[in-house]
Ligand binder design. Structure first.
Ligand code: CA
Length: 437
């Protein structure tokens, strides 16, 4: 099945010059959406599309430019800043709007003279979450993460027997999902070290988790299962995600019901959503390694086997307070390719989540789980990189880290590149640790 169309054509260029620079996150082949407004004043929220160094304001664009048949009605929820209403329109509407935006922003477009007036400077904008998140579920698809972390807790059986069969997940906290740039206060909690009794206080083992977030567009009715054939059409797009984690609190609280307060204090996402349509050139077969069990039939489909996986690079970067003061650039701590890191595909997560009749709703957020590469040094968290806090990481300026310190800024980035396709980026999400109080 051909996944790509004219919107992915590598020869396509934009009249917004900066979008044509090689290596830019936001070429015309990408077209990610965010909810935003001018930072000064109290103008209403609206959606925007990132194009090169600019953002096309879809409120202005709807007012200022003519659009094709039926497109204006589809753009209205975006112009009104109601991303959830747009996501609820479903996959056909998303594709039509992508095609319309691609034509409008393409070199030679007759809409260019109108839309030139609707371009905003990103640094003059403020961003919000795209919509109210009803529920947030965090999965555990990173098999190398599961193995490494499992080995720290259970050297004899790192990977539990259910791992190759069940996409493991837990229900996270939606209310504390925050958008790019929001400070993250070091949480307080109960932990138990070597002493005979636990103590309450600021976490001393604060960590990041390198993840992707999947946004649910069209949901399903309670009691209705979404099969593999329909699963991917429920997914609107992707964002870099940081699942901040307090390891000392986690280690003490996690048995027997899983993580709770060690995770629910903050989860950071980028405001930009890169749609699944934009990822078409980077879809790859989903294949189980030799000797691994095949997915049960409800988690299997021809399409998933042929193109369920995504060839995407994910990275975590650290800039300490001292590095900021001395103007040293951030240092990359983690990197992985999702193809290698993720044991389950996005469609499998949706099919599994709804397999008991659970209703996903528009704006629900699914985390992939920490994405670690197979090699030592490719851990997607400090827990892995420091061997459970035993081996400090040496930073270029002479500092050392086992876990995060106050003033540290962690940035999660993601991008796709492949021969014959224009590279696209997912932007980034940063958060800075503030002292506990
Ligand atoms: Ca996680």
């Amino acid at each position: 099945m051909l996944l790509t169309d004219s919107t992915h054509d590598p020869a396509l260029t934009s009249w917004v010059e900066s979008a044509n620079a090689p290596g830019h996150d936001f070429p015309i082949q990408n077209l990610p959406l965010a909810r935003l407004r001018p930072a000064s004043g109290d103008e209403p929220w609206r959606a925007g599309v990132a194009i090169g160094d600019h953002v096309l304001d879809l409120k202005l664009a709807l007012e200022q430019s003519p659009w094709g048949d039926g497109i204006e009605a589809l753009l209205e929820p975006l112009a009104a800043g109601d991303a959830a209403a747009f996501m609820a329109l479903g996959a056909r509407a998303w594709k039509l709007v992508r095609e319309a935006l691609s034509m409008a922003l393409a070199e030679g477009s007759e809409q260019a003279p109108f839309l030139e007036l609707c371009l905003l400077e990103p640094h003059r904008l403020e961003y919000s979450l795209p919509c109210r998140i009803g529920d947030y579920t965090d999965f555990y698809t990173g098999i190398h993460h599961a193995r490494t972390v499992g080995a720290l807790f259970r050297p004899d059986s790192p990977l539990l027997p259910n791992y190759p069969w069940v996409p493991i997940g837990y229900h996270g906290r939606a209310s504390s999902v925050v958008v790019e740039g929001a400070a993250v206060r070091r949480p307080c909690g109960q932990s138990k070290g070597e002493a005979s009794e636990p103590v309450f206080g600021p976490s001393r083992r604060l960590d990041y988790e390198l993840e992707l977030g999947l946004w649910i567009g069209a949901g399903n009715e309670l009691g209705e299962r979404v099969d593999m054939a329909a699963a991917e059409a429920r997914l609107f797009g992707l964002t870099p995600l940081n699942d901040w984690s307090a390891r000392d609190i986690q280690a003490w609280e996690y048995q027997p019901l899983g993580p709770f307060l060690s995770k629910s204090f903050a989860t950071s996402v980028s405001p930009w959503i890169v749609t699944f349509d934009a990822l078409a050139p980077f879809r790859r077969p989903s294949r189980r390694p030799e000797g691994e069990p095949q997915p049960l039939p409800y988690l299997d489909s021809v399409r998933n086997r042929e193109s369920g996986a995504i060839d995407m690079h994910v990275e975590a970067w650290l800039q300490t307070a001292r590095m900021k003061k001395t103007r040293e650039p951030p240092v990359r701590l983690s990197h992985a390719n999702v193809l290698e890191a993720a044991y389950w595909t996005p469609a499998q997560l949706v099919a599994h989540h709804t397999s008991n009749g659970c209703n996903l709703q528009v704006g629900d957020l699914l985390g992939t789980g920490t994405l670690s590469g197979p090699q030592p040094g490719q851990g997607g968290s400090l827990l892995e990189l420091s061997g459970g806090g035993k081996v400090p990481l040496q930073l270029p300026g002479g500092e050392r880290r086992t876990f995060l310190e106050d003033g540290d800024t962690v940035t999660i980035k993601a991008y796709c590149e492949a021969p014959g396709a224009v590279r696209i980026g997912l932007g980034s999400v940063s958060g800075t640790i503030e002292a506990a109080r």
